[in-house]
Design a protein around this ligand. Structure first.
Ligand SMILES: [Zn+2]
Length: 233
């Protein structure tokens, strides 16, 4: 195999390694935190807090109604118990009974409103929990698929790295230095296969001499524009 073709082979291996490593990084990030699950967790937490607040508000409203009913009971016992006979006192108790009754009606309205809010919060919490559980189940299935893909990619990386190490001793130092430098400056793509009279990477038109040079097994032809090594494809 000629030096240019060895570099082209190296490029193919390195491009495959770049792709595999980029996908491995994506998988690692996805396995750390699934955005759909995180969003569902946030919404479930909001629903839980709202439900808790609505529950407290309902309990308070119920306690106030209960306390008001006790006041009314004690008023009614005084009013009808027979121990108070003074008409003025009885009239006062009667007025108090009316006022207590009006306030009870208001407290019962508040209790009813709190019940409605609480029932809505319960429904919202159940929905948020179902959404979260579905998101977790989907994520678990995706994670499982990604773990399988990750294992295959790690094996692929090992195979490619082995092939790369096997190829390196057969590549001349000057070519390798140029290749590594182009890999850094040209977004990982140092060698291109040329089949048309233009550079497939940057689009520069090749002269007949350059196209011929690309076909030569004895020299490294470079694109006059981007500097990439060209091999005949
Ligand atoms: Zn070019």
């Amino acid at each position: 195999m000629s030096q240019p073709l060895r570099l082209f082979e190296l490029q193919k291996i390195d491009s495959a390694l770049d792709r595999a490593r980029a996908r491995l990084a994506e998988i690692e990030a996805a396995l750390r935190g699934n955005p759909t699950v995180q969003k569902a967790e946030g919404e479930h937490e909001s629903a839980r807090i709202h439900h808790h607040e609505a529950q407290n508000a309902l309990r308070n409203a119920e306690a106030e109604v209960g306390a008001q009913q006790q006041k009314i009971d004690s008023n009614q016992r005084a009013l009808y118990g027979g121990s108070i006979t003074n008409p003025k006192e009885l009239a006062d108790l009667q007025h108090e009974a009316e006022a207590l009754g009006r306030h009870l009606a208001r407290l019962e309205e508040i209790q009813l409103e709190a019940m409605v809010v609480f029932e809505e919060a319960e429904g919202a919490l159940a929905t948020a929990l179902a959404t979260l559980e579905a998101a977790r189940a989907t994520a678990a299935a995706e994670d499982q698929a990604m773990l399988i893909e990750q294992k295959a990619l790690l094996a692929e990386v090992e195979t490619l790295a082995g092939a790369r190490n096997g190829l390196l001793p057969d590549i001349a130092v000057e070519g390798l230095t140029l290749y590594e430098s182009l890999r850094k400056s040209r977004k990982g793509l140092a060698v291109v296969a040329v089949s048309e009279p233009e550079c497939p990477a940057c689009g520069a038109t090749l002269t007949a001499a350059q196209a011929q040079a690309a076909r030569s097994p004895n020299q490294l032809a470079q694109c006059a524009d981007c500097g990439r090594i060209m091999v005949s494809g």
